[in-house]
Design a protein around this ligand. Structure first.
Ligand code: 6PG
Length: 239
């Protein structure tokens, strides 16, 4: 399915649009299947979206939160994606603790934690072999073209037989969904803002040239479902 690209004239309007889209997709999933599975991205761009979702009136007990990637730090570390999301969203809403599926980062062995989280995801979706489909996976874009914690020219880009693996940012371990798991999603929503993302966006939306895929890993994201990009006006100048 071809990517859908929306350019919003400001970051505020991008966040408003993202909030409406996320709410719409959560409600549709609940209507169709009785629950919704959402994987969140980290970084700074989605933080106001999470704060806006905290004001929404949703059946939180039917919504399950995962993360597409996590820094290998404790939840109370300032870099923790889980910690940020709990602060601005999860601590503000009546959501059962069993609906929060954090990536473990405490064993000291990232590969073990990645395998444990994969087992948890498989158990949740009750599948031992098939690749499960999240209703919605939110993704950001690094200025180097990474998404989740799939960084350029790293081993994680070659992991096609797992759901969760260890990413590597400048030698620092991270846990990340793999490309196959991301691409199995019913819907992907990228949120990208800022001039520093223009170079990566130009490369990502360039046709052909598979050599670019490993340099700009977000190019690997071609879900079987919908792939929508929300860009602010500055980032959108790139395409
Ligand atoms: C993370 C994210 C990462 C992020 C990009 C963009 O854990 O940092 O998952 O992939 O989305 O680095 O980050 P910004 O939104 O802060 O630019």
């Amino acid at each position: 399915m071809a990517a859908i690209v929306e350019v919003l004239s400001s970051v505020d309007l991008l966040i408003q649009r993202a909030t409406a889209l996320v709410i719409e997709q959560l409600k549709a999933a609940i209507a169709d299947r009785g629950m919704a599975t959402l994987a969140l991205s980290g970084g700074s761009t989605p933080k106001p979206l999470y704060a806006a979702l905290a004001q929404a009136s949703l059946p939180w007990e039917k919504i399950h939160f995962f993360w597409g990637d996590e820094r290998y730090v404790p939840v109370d570390h300032p870099d923790s994606n889980q910690g940020m999301t709990r602060q601005v969203l999860l601590n503000q809403i009546p959501i059962p603790s069993e609906n929060i599926h954090a990536m473990p980062t405490g064993s000291g062995d990232p590969a073990k934690d990645a395998a444990d989280h994969e087992a948890h995801v498989r158990s949740f979706f009750q599948t031992s072999s098939a690749i499960p489909s999240f209703d919605l996976i939110l993704l950001g874009l690094g200025d180097d073209g990474h998404t989740a914690s799939l960084f350029p020219h790293t081993d994680a880009l070659d992991v096609n037989d797992r759901l969760v693996t260890v990413g590597n940012k400048d030698g620092q371990p991270r846990l990340t969904f793999t490309i196959p798991l991301i691409n199995q999603a019913r819907s992907i929503l990228f949120l990208v803002a800022g001039a520093n993302k223009q170079t990566a966006l130009k490369a990502i939306f360039q046709d052909g040239d598979t050599e670019l895929d490993r340099q700009y890993p977000a190019r690997f994201v071609r879900p079987q479902g919908e792939c929508r990009w929300l860009l602010d006006a500055t980032a959108g100048q790139a395409i």
